[in-house]
Design a protein around this ligand. Structure first.
Ligand code: C2E
Ligand code: MG
Ligand code: MG
Ligand code: MG
Length: 278
């Protein structure tokens, strides 16, 4: 039957590559079940201060705990969920869970730890998104200043006028915004100037070979200098080696995130007490 066939062809579906029809149908149905049965879990990855290693925040990253396939990473279902529109329901769940996890923790620990949540283009552009953010903050009690939404630059480029208006409204709530995977899209540094954002997250592809590739190193330095000039905070993503961390520190990158410090882990496995020095 279609389900069995879907299972056999599962490995064909990788990221944004074409999905064979059977598999598309199967996955869509399974995603529907996953939404109904809340088969998703959130992992969190710490974001640390480049100078001290003190944990300054964390990013929520969704995983699908599939009853038969086991753990499915977001790269294998987010693109499809974006196509089918199911990302809206998944995104709502993620936003709610992340805010409630952090609100609980902050109340218990008497601290102010922020959380970053990835927002997909469809979710961001949807009418009613702002109300959803307001409602989640209201229900969970998380301070708006402790929520940060991560959007990619292309989200802001296409439909620019409306997107900037949405950004302004988000900022009015006190919620922060960062540009994810910066450098991989088509926006220019100059464009950043017009955006009411707080942070730029330098894409992992620039960090990966920063110590060997002088072109990438120059881009990274340019982004950091320019972002600081505009009053923005810069995060280096995907830091895996001590050399990369040292290089980014030397270039005055503000925050670092990557396997060197911690992989994404379930909330109860996070150690947020001290600093992670690497
Ligand atoms: P992203 O937002 O850029 O998240 C960073 C990704 O890089 C995560 O992959 C993280 O586990 C991985 N990463 C972090 N440090 C390192 C490192 O040092 N080395 C390497 N090789 N990788 C590192 P993950 O969790 O598989 O997520 C992939 C993408 O899926 C995310 O990229 C984001 O675009 C999307 N995503 C994840 N969760 C959500 C979500 O809740 N909603 C939406 N709309 N998208 C999500
Ligand atoms: Mg992100
Ligand atoms: Mg990122
Ligand atoms: Mg990335």
């Amino acid at each position: 039957d279609a389900k069995a066939q879907g299972r056999n062809t599962w490995h064909w579906f990788e990221g944004t590559t074409t999905v064979v029809h059977n598999e598309y149908v199967t996955l869509r149905r399974e995603l529907m079940e996953a939404i109904e049965q809340e088969q998703f879990v959130l992992y969190y990855q710490p974001i640390v201060a480049a100078d001290s290693g003190i944990v300054r925040g964390m990013e929520a990253l969704v995983r699908w705990q599939h009853p038969e396939r086991g753990f499915v990473s977001p790269g294998d279902f987010i693109p499809l969920a974006e196509q089918t529109g199911q990302i809206v329901a998944i995104g709502q769940w993620v936003l709610h869970r992340a805010c409630s996890d952090l609100a609980d923790w902050n109340a218990r620990m008497d601290r102010r730890m922020p959380v970053s949540v990835n927002i997909s283009p469809l979710q961001f552009r949807r009418y009613g998104f702002l109300d959803e953010v307001r409602r989640v903050l209201d229900i969970t009690g998380l301070e708006p200043e402790l929520l940060e939404l991560e959007v990619t630059e292309n989200v802001l480029m296409s439909g620019a006028g409306q997107a900037i208006e949405t950004l302004r409204e988000i900022r009015k709530l006190g919620v922060k915004v960062s540009i994810d995977d910066f450098g991989t899209g088509y926006s220019s540094l100059r464009y950043l100037r017009q955006l009411p954002i707080n942070k730029v997250k330098l894409d992992r592809s620039f960090i990966m070979d920063i110590t060997e590739n002088s072109d990438n190193a120059a881009i990274v330095q340019g982004v950091i200098t320019m972002a600081h000039h505009l009053g923005l905070i810069v995060v280096g993503e995907g830091v895996e080696t001590a050399e990369q961390a040292a290089d980014l520190r030397h270039r005055e990158c503000d925050l670092l995130q990557g396997f060197l410090f911690s992989r994404p882990v379930p909330f109860d496995q996070l150690d947020l007490s001290g600093s992670i020095n690497r």
